[in-house]
Write a protein that binds this ligand. Structure first.
Ligand code: RNT
Ligand code: ZN
Length: 421
């Protein structure tokens, strides 16, 4: 896109926003505080690198599609993530799953992983100048094949998963220490049952016990923080999911942990945007998995929809930017995976910019004066304000492709790199 045109459009839009009391220069400054943690698992459809041909299996989640060019090695995943980062405005972090360790061709079971298997990722983050977040992996493993991990009644399996989580927390603390920014460790387990169980309570008691055991060591908050992720149901765990929202919210509040809200994990009429201020009355921080649920799938590529907009608006309106950590969680194997990242991450960032461009005080005044027609009208008018001119200018000053220009860059990467895999 033409630089002069972008600047001209920005100047006009700036005046337009100023007329409703919004300072776009301030908004551009505030965008620096919006940091998005990029999940590593869109590079290869949640396969990981434990074995050369590892793929997602079991665990109530599924990646569908077989678009060519997925990352088959750590080197390829990093190259792809570097490409993605080069096409995104603003700051990011890496969100790594334990199955993506650098095992150097060895088989290292999950109860054996150590910092050394993740050192090259920590170094990569350092090179990129980004922080790292981490996740224990409780799926795609024979000891998870019966549908239970931390809540398993099989003591050998339960202990194995407690050890895995214990080690993942230690790795997280070391990553946070080395990188100088706290690593958020998120725990999500697929545990549950397809058909009506007799014993729901038993599994929840076991899960509570396992979490307490694995989280026994308290790491300094500058190094690592724990989050626990709830879910209404997973594929194959439709009748009972052990780690439900009630369970984890209670756990997070009572243990002073973060709650992870994945907006694909609730009933479709519930809105995660509405839960943020509710949870933050009782927990210090929230972790988000921003995604786009479609029917049974909780993980389509994020688009700029009302769900995501409410999430961003709630964070901005209440100045919760420092108390809500934004992660992404989608994996689409049916399209160019770099494209999936760029579209999804840009959509999330756009939602934040739109939220920042809102004349919140004026809207609040209308609300408190009972002028609800005026509030509705303003909210509708805001939707067609010249947001794109501000967004394009932001991309321009950030030195990344403006508007749809990233499409051609991704096509080029596909031809030059992905097609040769
Ligand atoms: C699954 C959870 C979880 C996973 C990742 C891979 O339903 O959302 O966050 O998607 O850990
Ligand atoms: Zn998630």
């Amino acid at each position: 896109m033409n630089k002069e045109r972008i600047e001209k459009a920005y100047e006009l839009a700036k005046e337009h926003y100023a007329s409703i009391g919004v300072d776009t220069e301030e908004v551009l400054e505030k965008m620096k505080r919006i940091v998005v943690s990029l999940h590593c698992w869109q590079t290869d459809d949640v396969g990981g690198f434990e074995t050369p041909d590892a793929e997602l299996s079991g665990g109530g989640i599924q990646a569908t599609g077989n678009y060519p060019g997925k990352a088959n090695s750590i080197a390829e995943a990093r190259a792809d993530l570097e490409k993605v980062l080069s096409l995104l405005p603003g700051d990011h972090r890496l969100n790594l799953h334990a199955i993506y360790g650098d095992f150097g061709g060895e088989i290292v079971d999950r109860d054996q992983i150590e910092v050394k298997h993740f050192q090259s990722w920590i170094d990569w983050c350092k090179e990129q100048g980004i922080g790292m977040d981490f996740n224990a992996s409780f799926f795609s493993h024979p000891k998870a094949a019966d549908g239970f991990t931390l809540s398993s009644k099989n003591e050998e399996n339960r202990k194995f998963w407690v050890e895995h989580l214990t080690r993942c927390r230690a790795i997280s603390a070391e990553a946070g220490k080395q990188l100088g920014t706290p690593c958020v460790h998120n725990t999500w387990i697929p545990d549950g049952s397809k058909d009506t169980p007799i014993d729901r309570n038993g599994h929840r008691e076991i899960l509570k016990k396992s979490l307490d055991e694995a989280m026994d060591i308290d790491y300094p908050k500058e190094y690592m923080k724990d989050a626990v992720e709830s879910k209404l149901f997973g594929i194959g765990a439709e009748s009972m999911t052990v780690g439900s929202h009630d369970f984890y919210l209670g756990y997070a509040i009572s243990r002073n942990k973060m709650i992870c809200l994945d907006n694909g994990h609730f009933h479709p009429t519930e809105q995660v945007g509405d839960k943020i201020s509710a949870c933050l009355q009782f927990v210090d921080e929230v972790l988000l998995h921003v995604t786009r649920p479609i029917r049974w799938d909780s993980d389509h590529v994020v688009t700029l929809n009302e769900d995501v907009q409410l999430i961003a608006s709630e964070i901005v309106r209440n100045d919760y930017i420092d108390r809500v950590k934004v992660g992404l969680d989608f994996f689409d194997a049916s399209i160019n995976r770099i494209g999936a990242y760029v579209v999804g991450t840009r959509a999330a960032k756009k939602a934040f910019m739109i939220a920042l461009l809102e004349p919140t005080t004026a809207l609040l005044e209308l609300e408190e004066a009972g002028k609800n027609f005026e509030r509705l009208a303003m909210l509708e008018e805001l939707k067609t304000m010249p947001f794109s001119a501000i967004w394009n200018y932001y991309c321009l000053i950030e030195g990344v492709p403006v508007g749809a220009d990233y499409i051609a860059e991704i096509q080029k990467y596909e031809q030059e790199v992905l097609d040769n895999r």
